[in-house]
Ligand binder design. Structure first.
Ligand code: COA
Length: 562
């Protein structure tokens, strides 16, 4: 075991580059080439990779620090020093590789002998004569065969000095190749997907006279003239990348990319997004200066999974519904916000409710049931049995009888909408409010059970629901559902039919009210009922008959045993 100090490698013509992200923590185990920190200059974002496999013993930098080539980033207790010399072997090997890479690319650049470099243009251009300048890939550090991920201009476009022509991306860095002169793009030598190295021709630009400021070069350094770090950042906004009148239309691929601001993200995040197949163009960046973080990509994926692939914008359509998707609104513009992920049950129930609400043409029929006698009986009996008698088991049993009389309330439409499936079993669901959201447990074979047994089962199912212990079998097979909010309050509501059922009974809080009996007002206990139904299956008259019949049963519960 030996301690390796990982240093900032040759990062091209950049110094005092800011650390925008620290990708590891002390104690983390890393492999060779794992990114340790992300750096960002005006023109490039790049990761500093680990030169050794092992455990991070010390982080020597933090977010916001400025670093240059050779600055120490972290100390690593190397798993196996291998052939490395004990004294900072990683640095030595990295430097050696960097030198080799520079030499190779410099030699290559020299061999290519471009017709005119920016410096030559700067000299030659003093007389203002237009000239064709070849813009080549500048010194991009220890990178070769770097992919072009975006072409930012088209042939015929006017460009400014320092305006980005293409964006390159390696697995460690993204960077723009800026134009070294102001002028018109005469020809593009590359396209998206091409791999380039230092010195490769990117575009030919006919000058208008302005050239990039002459870089200060150390003696003996004959790197190409374009020095991104020594000049102002190109402003890749709509206006700076605007297409000038062109002799020919731009290629479609370029058209789709060149007019928008490229996503701002570190190479590690770009790689992560690529692995998930996520286009960063649609991801909202929550990092400094709108930079896209790994969490933003994760959040984006979650959002897409929940809303369907088209859920990202107001102009798109929600999958299958034919309705516009909910637009993403940045509420933080208006004040402080907190985003809380929905519980699993709420996610599932909200989808189901939305589907039911969209698929079913709902109508709600209201009625009041006089439950004075039933309530008196219930109060007298409620604590005398194995289970407490609330109104719910009486309602479940009465609904079962009402369905026997009106069997279409226990039916489902076939998916083609051509037939009704009539269900001969009598399983009744009831909505239960739980800390994690709404669930609908089901009491099976209500027609074969007495009130006390139904009371015991609803109490047990409600407890299981609140404890999150309902199994799938506890929530399946209902022919009709009841949603009772009587224990909470309210006068009436319009419940959503629990598709593929065709009706649901909403029950609100009973109240003692004065009722005219023909000769006087008498106090009666009135239970408000709200019957929502699928109008494709149930006519308004049938719904009114059902709810009146049910009210009569509740008014004189002896009818239930007939
Ligand atoms: N009017 C007046 N009081 C009522 C009532 C009504 N319609 N329904 C129930 N109550 C009373 C009960 O009798 C009980 O009072 P008591 O202890 O004095 O007898 C009290 O309210 C609490 O009853 P509760 O514990 O809710 O039992 P329940 O059997 O009536 O209901 C659930 C059980 C599981 C249905 C109920 O707890 C629940 O979760 N309801 C919410 C359903 C929901 O969220 N629906 C909305 C779907 S969109």
């Amino acid at each position: 075991m030996s301690t390796i100090t990982v240093k900032v490698p040759d990062i091209g013509d950049f110094d005092a580059v800011e650390i925008i992200e620290v990708l590891v923590a002390e104690g983390d185990t890393v492999a060779v080439e794992d990114g340790l920190v992300s750096l960002e200059s005006d023109k490039a974002t790049m990761d500093v990779p680990s030169t050794a496999a092992g455990k991070i013993t010390k982080l020597l930098v933090k977010v916001g620090d400025k670093v240059a080539q050779g600055d120490a980033v972290a100390e690593i207790e190397a798993e196996d020093a291998g052939d490395d010399a004990p004294d900072e072997p990683a640095e030595d090997s990295a430097s050696a590789e960097a030198d080799d890479a520079t030499k190779t690319t410099d030699e290559q650049a020299a061999a290519d002998e471009p017709e005119a470099t920016a410096e030559e243009a700067a000299d030659d251009d003093a007389d203002g004569e237009p000239e064709e300048i070849q813009v080549t890939v500048p010194d991009i550090g220890d990178f070769d065969a770097v992919e072009i991920i975006e072409v930012l201009v088209a042939e015929g476009d006017s460009v400014e000095v320092e305006q980005g022509l293409v964006t390159l991306e390696s697995d460690k860095a993204t960077m723009d190749v800026p134009s070294t002169v102001a002028g018109t793009v005469v020809s593009l030598a590359v396209k998206t997907g091409d791999s380039v190295a230092q010195g490769d021709l990117v575009a030919t630009v006919r000058t208008t006279g302005k050239t990039a400021p002459k870089p200060e070069k150390p003696a003996g350094d004959d790197k190409p003239a374009a020095k991104p770090a020594e000049s102002k950042p190109p402003e890749k906004t709509e206006s700076s990348a605007k297409p000038a009148p062109k002799p020919e239309p731009a290629k479609p691929a370029d058209d789709t990319t060149r007019s928008k601001v490229p996503a701002h993200a570190s190479p590690a995040v770009r790689k992560f997004a690529r692995e998930l197949g996520v286009s960063l163009a649609g991801v909202h960046g929550s990092g400094p200066k709108g930079r896209i973080l790994k969490e933003d990509v994760q959040q984006h994926v979650k959002q897409v999974m929940q809303q369907g692939p088209s859920g990202g914008g107001a102009s798109t359509v929600a999958a299958g519904s034919g309705l516009p998707a909910q637009p993403a609104v940045d509420f933080s513009k208006f004040g402080e916000i907190e985003t809380i992920e929905l519980a699993r049950i709420r996610k599932l129930s909200s989808k189901h409710l939305h589907k039911s609400w969209l698929l079913i043409p709902h109508v709600t029929q209201f009625n009041d049931a006089d439950v004075t006698d039933l309530e008196a009986f219930r109060q007298a009996e409620k604590d005398k049995h194995a289970a407490k008698l609330t109104m719910l088991p009486f309602l479940i049993k009465a609904v079962c009888h009402a369905i026997d009389k009106h069997p279409e309330f226990a039916s489902s439409l076939t998916p083609d909408g051509e037939s009704l499936v009539m269900k001969k079993y009598r399983h009744i669901g009831f909505a239960a409010d739980t800390p994690n959201g709404l669930v609908v447990p089901v009491v099976k074979d209500v027609d074969r059970k007495g009130i006390v047994q139904i009371a015991a089962e609803t109490a047990e199912l409600a407890k299981k629901a609140r404890d999150g212990k309902l199994g799938p079998g506890d929530m399946q097979g209902a022919v009709f559902s009841i949603s009772s909010l009587g224990g909470i309050g309210g006068t009436a509501f319009t419940p959503i039919v629990n598709s593929p059922e065709v009706a649901i009974l909403g029950v609100s809080r009973n109240e003692v009210k004065p009722v005219w009996n023909g000769s006087e007002f008498v106090p009666r206990t009135i239970l408000p009922l709200s019957l929502s139904y699928d109008h494709r299956v149930i006519d308004g008259a049938a719904a009114a008959r059902f709810v009146v019949y049910l009210s009569d049963l509740l008014s004189d519960y002896r009818r239930v045993v007939l």
